[in-house]
Design a protein around this ligand. Structure first.
Ligand code: NAD
Length: 336
């Protein structure tokens, strides 16, 4: 069984990928500093290295001890809003941290990598479905910190012979269909868990930021991708980089190709939870694009991947089931 080093494996998406890797015959080895992840999100029999990607000695030891066939690099700071306030932290962890990891890979003769990139690299655009051929134009430090890693990966492929895929995720949501893991960000900034917390009475209301966008109902449209589908995409991308004979870098969108508005998500959450709650209209947030929807054709053509759970209804149902089982904490303040 091949070992796969997964940085950020104790996080929301990483914990789902660990499950999928094992089901697919790979052995995950988690490398996480637990700054935002949870030790108990990963099964206790998965090797766990509690360390920081900026720590070269810890990385060297991980490569030495486990001789991974490839790396899935997910460890990062993820809040675009926070990156507008403290960009240095994002460049230090997301960009310099990634460089430190790539150098450890080079030193240790491991040159296969799948990287967690983001639709934020596209920035604010008017195009319909977003394709990978579009020029990268991130509009906040978070997106730029990821775009820089894509640039490095392209150079590492061209010059050092790396086999690399950057998966540009759209909006990850939902939970493991069997309820083994789910979304536990703190603070939570993603729409679906915030709406579900409101439905559960842990928040007084949900805010809609902007109701005057040029969209059919005036609210922002996003492409919601089930976290289980995202995990499957990683396994496909991993198999692809491990099997590929030639060094290459590719960026691949992971989305469904269908958009759903904020108002539609809120309505679906009301239907699925069977609960009504207060919705407040607020001003637009700076930098929020009206619409971000993937063209997923490349993922299908290159990786043979497509979404198993394309409907936001299924995504919300799984998130709600996980929430009800694991996340009910009475009296948590409204953090919006
Ligand atoms: N959640 C989304 O919708 C989304 C969308 C696009 C891209 N992404 C990317 O996917 C990846 C995972 O996102 P997530 O939602 O699971 O986030 P998360 O915060 O739940 O997971 C990130 C993990 O990285 C770890 N980490 C952070 N800094 C580290 C460091 N310096 N050294 C070692 N570990 C460190 C954290 O402890 C955490 O477990 C990130 O790279 C993020 O940018 C997420």
């Amino acid at each position: 069984m091949q070992n796969i080093l997964i940085t950020g494996g104790a996080g929301y998406i990483g914990s789902h990928i660990c499950i999928k890797l094992r089901e697919s015959g790979y052995q995950p080895v988690v490398f996480d500093n637990l700054s935002n992840g949870h030790r108990d999100a990963v099964s206790s029999d998965v090797p766990f290295i509690h360390a920081d990607i900026r720590d070269s000695a810890a990385l060297n030891k991980a490569f030495d001890d486990f001789k991974p066939a490839a790396v899935i690099h997910m460890a990062a700071l993820i809040e675009a809003g926070a990156s507008m306030v403290e960009p240095a932290r994002f460049y230090e962890v997301n960009t310099a941290g990634a460089l430190n990891l790539l150098e450890a890979m080079r030193r240790n003769g491991c040159n296969h990598i799948v990287f967690s990139s983001t639709a934020a690299v596209y920035g604010n655009r008017d195009e319909g479905l977003l394709s990978e051929t579009l020029e990268v134009r991130a509009e906040n430090p978070y997106g730029r910190s990821k775009a820089m890693v894509e640039t490095m990966l392209r150079d590492y492929a061209d010059i050092y012979g790396f086999h690399a895929i950057a998966l540009r995720y759209f909006n990850a949501a939902g939970a493991d269909p069997e309820g083994r893991t789910g979304e536990r960000h703190d603070p939570e900034t993603h729409l679906i868990p915030l709406v579900l917390q409101t439905a559960a009475g842990q928040r007084d209301h949900i805010k809609i930021y902007g109701t005057d966008y040029d969209t059919p109902d005036g609210t922002c449209i996003r492409d919601y991708i089930h976290v289980d589908d995202l995990a499957s995409a990683h396994v496909k991308a991993l198999s692809h980089v491990i099997a590929s004979e030639n060094a290459a870098f590719d960026a691949v969108n992971i989305g469904t190709g269908e958009g759903c508005s904020v108002k539609e998500i809120i309505q679906l959450c009301k239907e699925i939870t069977g609960r009504d709650f207060s919705v407040i209209k607020d001003a637009r947030r700076p930098g929020d694009p009206a619409k971000l929807v993937a063209n997923p054709a490349k993922a299908q053509d290159m990786l043979g991947w497509c979404a198993n759970y394309p409907s936001p209804r299924q995504i919300i149902a799984h998130a709600w089931a996980y929430y009800q089982k694991n996340m009910r904490k009475p009296g948590k303040p409204d953090a919006q």
